[in-house]
Ligand binder design. Sequence first.
Ligand SMILES: [Mn+2]
Length: 447
Amino acid sequence: MSGSVTLPADFSEALKQAVRAINAADHLRVISHYDADGLSAASVMASALKRANKQFHLSMIKGLDPEAIERISKEGSGTILFLDMGCGQIDGLEKLDAKVVVLDHHKPIRKSKKVIQVNPHFYGMDGMTEACGATVSLLLAAVLDPKNWDLAPVAIAGMIGDRQHMGGMKGVNLQVLDHAVENKIISVQRGLNLKGKTILDAIAKSVDPYFVGLSGREENAIAFLESIGLNPTSSMGALEDIFRRKLTSMLSLRLMGQGCRPETVEELVSDVYWIPSLDLGAADLADLLNACGRMDHEGLGVALSMGDKDSIEKADELRTEYNKNILEKLMSIESDGVEELEHIQYFTAPDSSLAGAECGLAMQYILDQSRPTLALSTVKEKVKVSSRGTKYLISKGLDLSAALKKAAEGVGGNGGGHSVASGATVPKGKEEEFLKCVDETVGKQLA
Ligand SMILES: [Mn+2]
């Protein structure tokens, strides 16, 4: 491959040190995070180690806490590689009776003499926006063998999974992207920001964006596509320019028609990072990996990003299942509406783990844009509350963090978060009092 990525000398040195530790090991224990970035980082590393004929045992975990470190310590000594995690638990990792290498991008606590840490934060870079776990994993793989640059598309899915592409790629991520484009293993095109193999899937199964009247309603989606002269079963990648433009304008019109804010409509078209070898967009791959992690099928995520075509299909089914409950909830909100107070609107969400996502999507795509949305879930003796506003409402003075905190504390609960998205927990039976207070506070904020 031509071209290269330029790194600060001390960053390159840390990567070389990590590679020396890997080369010295007969067998490696690899532990990564279960989200899209962690799975991308793991796939890149698994491919690189396989090519280097290294024996390894890979597993994904939800988080690295003292209990997890305790479990790992019982596996015995050797060489352990942590991906997309580890810098926050440096004390615990130093106690392990093993050679430990950490490739991470989260804010590190301190340097260590015992643990090899490769983290962009140490070299004047921002690990939040310029390099993710998969980026660091790819950089290491490329030092191991420059042939591994061909794994860049998977790393790019990791960047998108951690939302580092927002507002355009930056820093090392941009260098990796440019390098991949130059070597024709990624192509960047302005396009429809939809996920799915066929156009029909991309619309009928879509929760983000949620198309009123089409999402979850396959027959309507087929009729809509046929009415504009499109074959519902054709692949998103095979869509000719003229039809892509037609579909884009029709869908934009629909989003406007359902009352979405202009910034939401604009998100429909974005840079699409196309991976020809997988016949898949990198954002789509990130979304599939996210579903694999959430549904406890991490191995499938790794297999699919290593290029296994059957796995793509299986992961797609898993994503459909993961989205099913969210889609059903959004459809019922679309047809039945939600409860309204003077300045807020709210609904009950049976599954508290999906409430935040449902609340955000309902706010963005379905409900009245002039008041924030709350979702309430009863969990044992407590009610968990998620809330979402819009950027426009924030510019008008909305602060959901302050409103939920005040209202929750008033009824013996607690709350907080961001002005545009916040949460609260209140005792069961106090919901009404809580909602009334949030309504009043929001009313004052928006006055
Ligand atoms: Mn990450």
